[in-house]
Write a protein that binds this ligand. Structure first.
Ligand code: NDP
Length: 397
């Protein structure tokens, strides 16, 4: 029985709040705070209509440490779930540290003026969290999140040594729009239009955006063009999976998405710096975000499946071994369950699970942790129970 404070009421936030309300034996009292109260209201009404009870709602500006500290002191939660944007990671971490409350998020800190996606500033909190005796869990979504746990599980049960990891993120869903993003457009487009990067033999190798394409055959989906991107979990997995020789990340994109993205980039609509238009200062990518469909609104119209997993090669008892460990998620079933599309669902369910394990004391520690540093077994059990069942496919060596 715990009081929890969730910050952020977007596409992912809706799933986290619903799933916590569906696990009342742990999340007995839920407060949902965000910038726009109407979004919190909609989520609270849906939770009530589905028979999962009441939640409290309020507003907060998560860019303000003082406002956050005041809210945490008022609510007195046993954990804060940061489901706002990566721009708010540092302020929310600081507020949790000052109030001595455990912290969880789903994406690493991003400076509003720089597309960097790195853990440096969040890892820098480690010693202060440790001294205070408080835990922070970073990246409890799907990728990062479940993909890190899949790697830890493979390391624990399937391999003596892991040599190569390819993280594969396939979304074969169709929302019917010529162009839309499945999660926050600003973050999504920053990530996808940045240079690619992978790690091999101790070095980071940079590629042009979308330079490397491979066709991967995804169970229950089929073959799809998959492009090499840099993705934040690579940074922590390189640090935490010992003996690794190479790690890469691939994501599928349809031709319509890629053509629109290239065109928008060519005309300057993905720029993250300020420009002046008729005396007003605007950031082009923020204008684009305002024009694109809200990712949460894709939920009712998306059909098809996602397949996200880790293709892992290594050695077990002297023999070469290759496995693919993955989850398949159906957009329409997610909508039926919690009014969300599968990208929000696959991110929101692991956030709830991370918080559940921390509140139950199954995952504990003092300091700042990435997912693969904790015991994967209880998390893998919860995935099966909470709507994200997984499979392990043994491949020919
Ligand atoms: P949305 O843009 O849909 O929602 C973000 C929410 O945060 C909105 O409710 C927004 O409020 C709120 N918010 C933004 N700024 C502030 C602020 N200063 N103070 C208070 N609230 C604020 O994003 P998503 O739900 O798609 O994504 C949520 C998070 O999940 C992001 O960090 C994203 O990167 C991460 N993610 C992680 C994935 C993973 O697998 N690990 C995959 C997909 C997403 P308002 O409504 O007013 O804008």
């Amino acid at each position: 029985m715990a009081k929890v404070l969730q910050i952020g009421a977007g596409g992912v936030g809706g799933v986290v709040a619903h799933k916590m309300a569906m696990n009342r034996e742990v999340f007995s009292h839920i407060t949902l705070a965000s910038r726009t109260l109407s979004k919190c209201q909609e989520i609270a009404q849906s939770i009530k209509a589905k028979g999962y009870g009441e939640i409290d709602i309020t507003t907060v500006d998560a860019d303000s440490i003082e406002e956050l500290v005041a809210l945490i002191n008022e609510v007195k939660p046993q954990i804060v779930l940061n489901i706002a944007l990566p721009y708010q990671d540092l302020t929310i971490m600081e507020a949790c540290l000052r109030t001595g409350v455990p912290y969880l998020d789903t994406a690493n800190y991003e400076h509003p003026d720089l597309a960097k996606f790195e853990y440096k500033e969040q890892w820098a909190f480690h010693d202060r969290y440790k001294e205070k005796g408080v835990m922070a869990l970073l990246g409890s979504g799907f990728d990062p999140g479940v993909t890190n746990v899949f790697c830890a599980y493979a390391q624990k049960h399937y391999f003596d040594e892991i040599h190569e990891i390819d993280i594969l993120d396939c979304n074969a869903g169709d929302h019917g729009y010529p162009f839309a993003t499945n999660f926050n457009p600003e973050i999504n487009l920053r990530e996808v239009s940045s240079k690619g990067r992978y790690w091999e033999n101790g070095e980071w190798i940079e590629t042009e955006p979308m330079e490397i394409m491979q066709v991967w055959d995804y169970p229950e989906v089929g073959p799809k063009d998959s492009y090499l991107l840099y993705h934040e979990e690579l940074e922590s997995l390189v640090r935490n999976i010992k003996g690794l020789k190479r790690i890469r990340f691939f994501m599928t994109f349809g031709q319509s998405y890629l053509t629109h993205m290239r065109c928008l980039e060519n005309v300057g609509m993905l720029r993250i710096d300020e420009i002046e238009v008729n005396g007003c200062k605007v950031v082009p990518i923020q204008v684009l975000k305002a024009l694109l469909p809200d990712p949460a609104s894709l939920a009712s119209r998306t059909k098809g499946k996602t397949n996200i997993g880790c293709y892992i090669k290594g050695i077990k008892e002297g023999k070469a071994r290759t496995i693919y460990i993955y989850n398949v998620c159906d957009h329409e079933s997610c909508y039926r369950e919690v009014n969300a599309q599968a990208i929000s669902y696959t991110t929101g369910v692991p956030a709830m699970i991370g918080a559940k394990l921390m509140l139950e004391g199954k995952w504990s520690g003092k300091g700042v942790f990435n997912m693969e540093e904790l015991d994967p077994d209880p998390f893998m059990d919860e995935l099966n129970k909470q709507g994200l069942p997984w499979e392990v496919k043994e491949m020919e060596a």
